[in-house]
Design a protein around this ligand. Structure first.
Ligand code: IPM
Ligand code: MN
Length: 382
């Protein structure tokens, strides 16, 4: 046994982690560049090896290949590219969304396609206010805003089921189906209970967020699953909020929450609200996670087209996503060096944000690349 342990660690020490990098649209490539600076330093400090492979998926590439800007006409990414991505240890993504391409083409053809095909069924979105980051909620500080949203990431109304008929006529009719499965709800709920147990916060509470008073079918599946799985976790308090009330509580009493589990669209919406109470979209990072597969990490904000190429966008969210990438990959591959690097990057961010004038694009008091340099330098001392 001892020998095997030694063999494993020797193998791990030699391992070269392969990270796929998708800069994407708008300011995506700019913030990813800063994240990669931080990665370089973290690898030196924590002593692990990695190699990067660039993937140029973007609206610009879609158009350059003759894609129709008004409707999906060619694949945004190919089956071979998907297959190739499945061979990496992790994916680092900048942003998706181009004003020259109709809404939905890139989002569905790239981001959602990757989430679905790589079965990244968890979207993990921590809502954490770092010290000295202004919070728009009166009287709330870092001790009040520190919870995690587990968003189901492969189902709900995101599956694209439904359609439109008689388009452009007064008889136009469209349906957008909320596809909820016991299987999908259960794996998200189970992940959230486990996460809540690991977090071990004094609250130790998992809140299911849904709209069971109106969406009685899908909500019923979520609620029954939550209660049944919850029986296996007697140490965790079970809690439920309707999604509308949850929005109110985010603003009134964010300290109430520990871990939240919710369906895809509700998770999408409440995490933008979550991002703003942690200081803005420039701060919030997230992970699309397949616990037994290839996960993809991204800042949760969009491509911010109006700031593209100006070196004014905030790269903190992208560096935070990179920290998550290392922490989660380290945990998944049982490599403490990566997990340590992830924690270190979080400390480096906490050391950097107080020096910034604001977390808003163009108001940071520093450029994008200067903030990236500051985080990278802080990694050495964190
Ligand atoms: C997000 C985004 C995406 C989503 C869009 C770009 C498809 O808003 O990651 O939150 O709705 O999931
Ligand atoms: Mn969103």
């Amino acid at each position: 046994m001892a020998k095997k342990g030694k063999d494993d660690s020797a193998k791990r020490a030699k391992k070269v982690y392969r990270i796929a990098v998708i800069g994407g649209d708008g300011t995506g490539p700019e913030v990813v560049r800063e994240g990669l600076k931080v990665l370089k330093v973290a690898a030196e400090v924590d002593g692990f090896r990695y190699e990067l492979a660039d993937f140029d998926f973007s609206g610009a590439r879609y158009l350059a290949r003759g894609g129709d800007p008004a409707k999906p006409s060619i694949p945004v990414i190919s089956d071979e590219e998907i297959a190739s991505l499945k061979t990496f240890d992790a994916i680092y993504l900048g942003a998706v969304g181009d004003p020259n391409v109709a809404p939905g083409i890139l989002e569905k053809g790239l981001l959602l396609r990757l989430r679905f095909e790589l079965d990244q069924y968890i979207n993990l979105r921590p809502v954490k206010l770092y010290p000295n980051v202004p919070c728009p909620l009166a009287g709330k500080g870092p001790e009040d805003v520190d919870f995690v949203v587990v968003r189901e990431n492969t189902e709900g109304i995101y599956t694209g089921m439904g359609g439109v008929q008689y388009q452009g006529t007064p008889q136009e009719v469209s349906t957008q189906i909320n596809c909820t499965t016991r299987f999908g709800a259960e794996r998200a709920i189970r992940y959230a209970f486990e996460l809540c147990r690991r977090r071990n916060s004094p609250r130790k509470m998992l809140t299911l967020v849904h709209k069971t008073n109106v969406l009685t079918f899908a909500g019923g599946t979520w609620m029954r699953t939550f209660q049944e799985v919850g029986e296996e976790y007697p140490d965790i308090k079970q809690d439920y909020n309707h999604v509308d009330a949850c929005c109110m509580w985010f603003v009134k009493s964010p300290e109430y929450y520990d871990v939240i589990v919710t369906d895809n669209i509700f998770g999408d919406i409440i995490t933008d609200l979550g991002a703003i109470i942690q200081g803005g979209l420039g701060v919030a990072g997230g992970g699309n996670i397949n616990p037994r597969g290839v996960s993809m990490f991204e800042p949760i904000g969009g491509s911010a087209p109006k700031y593209t190429g100006m070196n004014v966008i905030n790269p903190i969210a992208a560096t935070s996503a990179l920290g998550m990438l290392l922490r989660e990959t380290g945990q998944a591959k049982d490599d403490a060096r990566l997990a340590r690097a992830g924690e270190r990057i979080e400390r480096a961010i906490i050391a950097t944000t107080p020096k910034m004038k604001s977390q808003a694009a163009g108001k940071m008091g520093y450029s994008t690349s200067e903030v990236g340099d500051m985080v990278a330098a802080a990694v050495r001392n964190a």
